[in-house]
Design a binder for this molecule. Structure first.
Ligand code: GLN
Length: 257
């Protein structure tokens, strides 16, 4: 099942966090280590959203709250796309959220189905599968309220989960609460659902673990959340299953789901 990664910290080329280390997100697309029975490789496309670095002293600079991510997606395997090395390496960002996709059987392989999904300042990814997702997400959407089904970007469980998260955020839930509530409600409908969610706003990252792996690497200046560690840095912290984690540079908070 897909792999995802979020980075916050000093400005880097957008390609850097997704190609960093001997076991980078790009390597995880063809040689993941911890798929836990959900597919073998992540060859059904990829996507990356980034929040641009703003030059110090730029008088036209936006407040951090107003910076919206830019996004690049492709339904082809990440290792076939020269834009990663040739184009994304030319753009600097202080926050990056990337995903490589292994489409669940029955779901379309197309650009619109590739995470990250974005809205305003937010970018979102899902690693996992919701069996019977139409019925499950329809039931949860009735409980949550305020979901606009016409906003569904692709016919996938991940796109539907994003609508549920957005509805809760729009109702005033904080990001960690919104992710927690969606996971709890989905699992209440189908206990075998796998719902590792990742959300970023350019300043913080929030993520859940529900069946799939996740690790974080945080120091005073940067924070990374990743399905699998990209190197053997001993500071990687594996996150227990059924957790929700909030990270930013210098800060990790883990709660039980
Ligand atoms: N089930 C989703 C999809 O097919 C999520 C991808 C995954 O984790 N394999 O897009």
């Amino acid at each position: 099942m897909c792999r995802h990664l979020g980075y916050l910290g000093p400005a880097v080329p957008v390609s850097e966090p997704i190609t960093r280390g001997p076991h980078s997100l790009r390597v995880q697309s063809w040689a993941p280590r911890e798929m836990r029975g959900g597919g073998t490789i992540n060859a059904d496309g990829f996507g990356v959203a980034w929040w641009p670095a703003q030059a110090p002293g730029d008088t036209d600079a936006l407040d951090a709250q107003d910076v919206e991510p830019t996004r690049y997606r492709n339904a082809a395997p990440i290792w076939t796309d020269p834009a990663v090395d040739d184009v994304l390496s030319q753009i600097e960002a202080t926050a990056v959220l990337g995903a490589v996709r292994s489409a669940t059987v029955g779901m379309p392989v197309e650009r619109t189905a590739c995470a990250p999904f974005t809205s305003g300042r937010l970018a979102f990814s899902h690693n996992g599968v919701v069996p019977d997702w139409r019925a499950v997400c329809a039931a949860v959407s009735k409980e949550v309220g305020g979901v606009d089904p016409f906003e569904l970007e692709a016919s996938t469980d991940s796109a539907a989960l994003w609508l549920l998260v957005r509805a809760l955020l729009e109702r005033g839930a904080d990001p960690s609460e919104a992710l927690t509530e969606v996971v709890r409600r989905v699992v209440a409908e189908r206990s075998e659902a796998r719902v590792n969610l990742l959300l970023g706003d350019g300043e913080q990252l929030w993520a859940t673990t529900c069946y799939h792996s996740l690790s974080v690497l945080v120091d005073d200046t940067s924070a990374v959340v990743s399905s699998e560690p990209y190197d053997d840095d001993p500071r990687w912290q594996p996150i227990d299953d059924r957790s929700v984690v909030t990270v930013r540079p210098g800060h990790v908070a883990i709660e039980s789901l």
